[in-house]
Design a binder for this molecule. Structure first.
Ligand SMILES: Cc1cc2nc3c(=O)[nH]c(=O)nc-3n(C[C@H](O)[C@H](O)[C@H](O)COP(=O)(O)OP(=O)(O)OC[C@H]3O[C@@H](n4cnc5c(N)ncnc54)[C@H](O)[C@@H]3O)c2cc1C
Length: 416
């Protein structure tokens, strides 16, 4: 045990990135870490599902093998092994075994289950139902620590927390940390509505692994998750005003939106009927991204996950990059702490924050750019056959290999 004061880290937001930072650093010598979460322990996205990208679990396995095993357990998730894509009449263009482009298969999981698996082992470090009322630097000196004023939403009690060395903003797309210390990001809209819901699968489990079906810029994406439920994410282009028109939120509109002249395939008929029968369950959104930022000017604040770089969801890289961010940041800090311990020094936090940015920026911008390029098939007037044929070409498959395989290198940090 060192006789230096520990580095005090406040993580704001117990989502994907925040939990993984805490997992990586809780129990680390020279670190005191706590997490402030505004929501309750059970997460509000409980009604939907997600597919985690191969790059997320590849890195998680290196950094936290027990958690990787827990996420793959029977009943917790189902394996994501194949990717099928075609037209809503049933014509298949892509039938990809993920291992052609990735080093490992991944998972399909319910959001609530993912949050349960991420949060429960680190419950002692998270304060739920707590909001940040104020945060800032204590003074104007270069060495100034940060402070937080937090409020318990259930009791109304306020607490002032001083001497914080690093605030990690993991508070999602509408980040209070980013707005307070860095900027107010301008959302960039794709001009596409995305809606998501969970529906019961058919008795004969007509939907299984990851699949996408297109018709003239309209897309149905689906996969089964444990409990014999099906996650559906539908999309359609929006007109210039970018608002989601009320008439589009109706069974009549949605039933017609994906229908080819030759009629729906059996699978797409099931998906469209399920959407229409469960229209009240739908979570509506517009696809948008924000420019990537990482640290603030003074170097004691670091944004990760959606607060740093919310991206178009087309390749499922939102949560996946949050996995990469959280795992990498914790492993990198451990390496910096080990080096500092060897030299008998305290780590230079601004230099650490700059190092995270210098290593993560290109990778995150690649994921954002690739997600943007892959989104053209969701735009009005785009020929789906052209987009689908492109998905099968070497250029696209090589990009996927880079995305799924070229995870940040954490070997040095983990060798110790
Ligand atoms: C319905 C839906 C389906 C999705 N499906 C996929 C998918 O299949 N694959 C994929 O890769 N991505 C998917 N995404 C995107 C994904 O959710 C995000 O990219 C990912 O969750 C980002 O992780 P994060 O840790 O940055 O933030 P989040 O997971 O959003 O976590 C942020 C946390 O911070 C808390 N918080 C916010 N503000 C504050 C505050 N001021 N103080 C304290 N706490 C705060 C929130 O309550 C939340 O717990 C989906 C998103 C949605 C909405």
């Amino acid at each position: 045990m060192s006789d230096r004061a520990p580095i005090r880290i406040a993580v704001i937001g117990a989502g994907v990135a925040g939990c993984l930072v805490v997992h990586g650093l809780a129990g680390e010598a020279d670190v005191e870490i706590f997490c402030i979460e505004k929501g309750p322990e059970a997460n509000v996205l409980a009604g939907t599902g997600l597919n985690v990208g191969p790059n997320a679990l590849k890195l998680l396995k290196q950094c936290n093998p027990n958690l990787e095993v827990a996420l793959r357990a029977e009943g917790v998730s189902l394996p994501w092994e194949t990717w099928t894509a075609g037209l809503t009449d049933g014509t298949v263009f892509l039938d990809l075994n993920l291992l052609q482009v990735a080093d490992n298969t991944v998972i399909r999981i319910r959001w609530a289950e993912l949050y349960r698996q991420l949060r429960s082992p680190i419950a002692a470090h998270i304060r739920y139902n707590t909001i940040v009322v104020e945060m800032g630097y204590a003074d104007t000196s270069a060495e100034s620590p940060l402070y937080l004023v937090i409020e318990d939403q259930q009791t109304g009690d306020r607490q002032h927390i001083d001497h914080i060395d690093l605030i990690v903003g993991c508070d999602g797309r509408y980040s209070q940390v980013r707005t307070t210390f860095i900027d107010q990001p301008e959302p960039k809209h794709l001009g596409v509505c995305i809606y998501r819901l969970l529906v019961p699968n058919s008795p004969d489990r007509i939907i299984d692994d990851y699949q996408q079906w297109f018709y003239n810029g309209h897309r149905l994406l689906a996969f089964a998750i444990p409990g014999n439920e099906v996650y559906i994410a539908g999309s359609f282009p929006l007109a210039a005003g970018l608002e989601i028109p009320e008439e589009a939120k109706t069974p009549a509109y949605l039933r017609a939106a994906y229908e080819p002249p030759t009629g729906y395939s059996e699978v797409c008929q099931f998906l469209v009927s399920s959407v229409c029968a469960n229209i009240d369950q739908i979570h509506w959104a517009r696809i948008q991204e924000i420019d990537a930022v990482f640290g603030d000017q003074r170097g004691h604040v670091l944004c990760l996950g959606d607060s740093s770089h919310a991206m178009f969801p087309t390749l499922g890289q939102g949560a996946t990059q949050a996995f990469e961010d959280g795992c990498f940041m914790a492993a990198h800090l451990k390496q910096w702490l080990a080096n500092a311990r060897q030299k008998g020094e305290r780590i230079n936090i601004p230099a650490f924050v700059a190092s995270v940015e210098s290593i993560r920026r290109d990778r995150v911008q690649f994921a954002q750019q690739f997600s943007r390029e892959a989104s053209d098939a969701l735009l009005a007037g785009f020929d789906p056959v052209t987009a689908l044929i492109r998905k099968t070409q070497p250029a696209m498959l090589n990009q996927l290999r880079k995305l799924y395989r070229d995870t940040p290198d954490v070997r040095l940090a983990l060798k110790r």
